[in-house]
Every structure is written in C-alpha cells, then in structure tokens.
Write a protein that binds this ligand. Structure first.
Ligand code: AMP
Ligand code: TRP
Length: 344
C-alpha cells in the first residue's frame, strides 16, 4: 500500500440553518485536525441542490456555513475553505464515478431511502447519485481522513468501494501511466467522540436535523443565549437521576443524548460527566448543561454574526480557497483523464 500524505476533507450542505448536531458531529471536530493534517473544508452547494433550494436561501446558507467554519476556528490561510461549485472538477469526477459505482450499491444507501421515502419516483436524479459526488469530493484531493457524524458512515464505505473499484478496473492503465497502483486512497472515516449522533431534544428516536418541524427540538448555531437555555431546560428527559456508570445510559436515549452533548462541549468523556453528575437529577444537570452550552456557543454565534456582516470577506476567502483547491483538483483530473483514456 503506498502512503498518502495526511489530508482531511469534509463538507457541510448549505441548506437550512446550522445546528448543534452539525457543530458537535462535524465542525468542532474539524478544528483540532488542523494541527496534524492538511485540511480542506467545503461548503457543498452542489449537494444542497439535490433537493430544491431557493436561490437566495442557498446564498445565505453558503455564507452561514463558511462563517461557522471561520468562527469555530478553521484557519483559511494554512488550510482551505471553499464552496464546491467553484471547483468544477467535483462534477467531472462525480460523472466518472457514476460510471464506476453500481446501481445495486446506490440502492442500498439508507440515507437515500430515508430522504426519498414513499416519494422515490419523484425525487431528483441528483439525490440518488449524491454519494457518488461525495466520493468525488473526497477522492479529488486523495483525502486520507474524513471527519463526519455517524449518519455518513455508509457513504464513506461506498467511497472506499468506488476508490477500490477504480483502482482495480483501471489497474493496467494506472501502471502504463506509471502512477502508484493505489491511485486513490481508501479514505478513513473519523467518527469519534461523545456526540457523533446528536438526537432531537424532543424525541430520542430521531437525530437532530435541519428539517425538524419543532424548533424546540433543535439548537441552532445562531440561537441566542435565552433560546439555548430554554430549549435545554425543556428538553425531553426522564424521571430517574443520572447513573454513575455509562452502562446505566443504555436504555435512556434522551439522558444519554444530554450527557453526550455535555461531554462534547466540555471536551470530557461521558464517564467523566457521570463522575460529576451521577446520582443527580435533571433539575441539577439541565441548568449546568444550559450554562455550559451558552458559554461555549455564544462566542461562536457572535463571531459568525461578525463574519456575516462582511460578506465580501467571506467571498474572498471562498475564492482564494477555491483557487488553491482547484490546483490540487486539476492535477488529479489530469491524471484521471489519462487513466480513463480520454484524449486531449
Ligand atoms: P449536513 O447538515 O447533512 O450537511 O451534515 C453536515 C455534517 O454534520 C455531517 O458530517 C453530518 O454527519 C453531521 N451531522 C448532521 N446532523 C448530525 C447530528 N444530529 N449529530 C451529529 N452529526 C450530525
Ligand atoms: N453528505 C454529507 C452530509 O450530508 C456532506 C458531504 C458532502 C460530505 N461531501 C462530503 C462530508 C465529503 C464529508 C466529505 O452531511
């Protein structure tokens, strides 16, 4: 196996408002990786339009995701922040991967099944092909690590299958062109920490998501302190005190969720949280969690608002990022075109 330089890629769709699940499951975890890896963080607008986006909302949400990356502490100079549609090679590689991936693989994707529901004949073709575009995002940069929430695990397995099939199908051409036999890496998912699946605050069977009907179920990154505290205090819980061991959280999804959120915000393990709060009821735990959440999220929200007031700065950052991402992408596509046998 040849060794690839350590490179992180991840993306968030500019659709709807960013929430605590996006922050704890993804954005917060992007930041420390900058110490050890070259990181590329993308606003995946091509993915967003797989379901209808009002153009004005798409723009607003694109600025919002970029502002969240910046406010959370991603450094756009040492690393890269850009929006996907500015680097056309994403679409180009996605098409080639559409011809590598098999129908059967795509039909197994649970996220498509969940999103399409009973409506599967009437959703866009793009929604079905979505995971192939995601594989292109990752492999265009030969990324080795992909930090995401748990819901993306299956898409990353598919990305590895596509990489492997491309490497195998084109093995002779890869060799003839004198490229490494492992042309694309088998990228590793990075799904770690206590909050890789943040649940709805109103329903412990559902994940927190942009499409949740009740706004009390979701903490948005731009919520003010009062809204955050209110939502946590009203969050669904149960009448038992918190256990002192993590085993005791097993059949208590709402309690486990709140403990996980606390742990992630405080950079603690769930056990450390229980060492502190085991035996205490939600009457004690929720106010402590609300205080922690306000303390951690408010400065990020104000920093986001500061960036959102200066869209020109965001545009410049995205343009510069797209130029630097584009250099890497063009290089990969030159190789891919040779390998596939395109003339010119
Ligand atoms: P999306 O909003 O679907 O573009 O998701 C962007 C990132 O946030 C992905 O890495 C998701 O896995 C992550 N994510 C979304 N919702 C949650 C959640 N409820 N808990 C943890 N991670 C999440
Ligand atoms: N599919 C991801 C989501 O819905 C977003 C995404 C698109 C992504 N391309 C990616 C995540 C590449 C990681 C790497 O959350």
């Amino acid at each position: 196996m040849s060794s690839f330089p350590l490179r992180v890629f991840s993306g968030i769709k500019p659709s709807g408002d960013l929430h605590l699940g996006n922050y704890l499951g993804a954005i917060k975890r992007f930041v420390p990786l900058q110490k050890t890896h070259a990181c590329i963080y993308c606003v995946v607008d091509l993915h967003a339009i797989t379901v209808w986006q009002d153009p004005a909302d798409l723009k607003r949400a694109t600025y919002e995701v970029a502002a969240a990356y910046l406010a959370a502490g991603v450094d756009p100079k040492s690393h890269i922040i850009f929006n996907q549609s500015q680097v056309i090679e994403h679409s180009e590689l996605a098409w080639i991967f559409n011809c590598v991936a098999r129908m059967g693989w795509m039909q197994r994707m649970t996220q498509f099944k969940d999103k399409a529901g009973k409506n599967s004949q009437n959703v866009s073709l793009g929604l079905f092909a979505y995971p192939s575009l995601m594989a292109a995002d990752i492999l265009l940069y030969k990324s080795t690590h992909v930090p995401v929430g748990e819901d993306q695990k299956q898409h990353l397995e598919l990305t590895r299958d596509i990489a492997q099939k491309f490497n195998n199908d084109f093995a002779t051409s890869i060799k003839d062109n004198a490229y490494d036999a492992d042309f694309f890496p088998l990228s590793e998912p990075v799904i770690t920490g206590p909050a890789t699946k943040v649940l709805s605050l109103r329903d412990g069977t559902k994940k927190m998501s942009k499409s949740e009907a009740s706004s009390m179920a979701t903490i948005y990154m731009l919520d003010d302190a009062d809204a955050i505290a209110k939502k946590i205090k009203k969050a669904k819980s149960d009448p038992e005190p918190l256990p002192s061991e993590t085993d005791g959280l097993k059949d208590r999804p709402e309690a486990a969720n709140l403990v996980g959120i606390y742990a992630s915000l405080a950079d603690m393990s769930q056990q450390q949280v229980l060492d502190q709060f085991g035996g205490k009821g939600f009457g004690t735990f929720k106010p402590a969690l609300a205080e922690l959440a306000v303390e951690s999220l408010s400065p990020i929200a104000s920093e986001m608002r500061r960036y959102l007031a200066e869209p020109d700065i965001i545009e410049e950052i995205l343009k510069d990022g797209a130029n630097r991402a584009g250099d890497i992408a063009k290089n990969t596509m030159r190789e891919v075109r040779n390998i596939v046998g395109f003339v010119g």
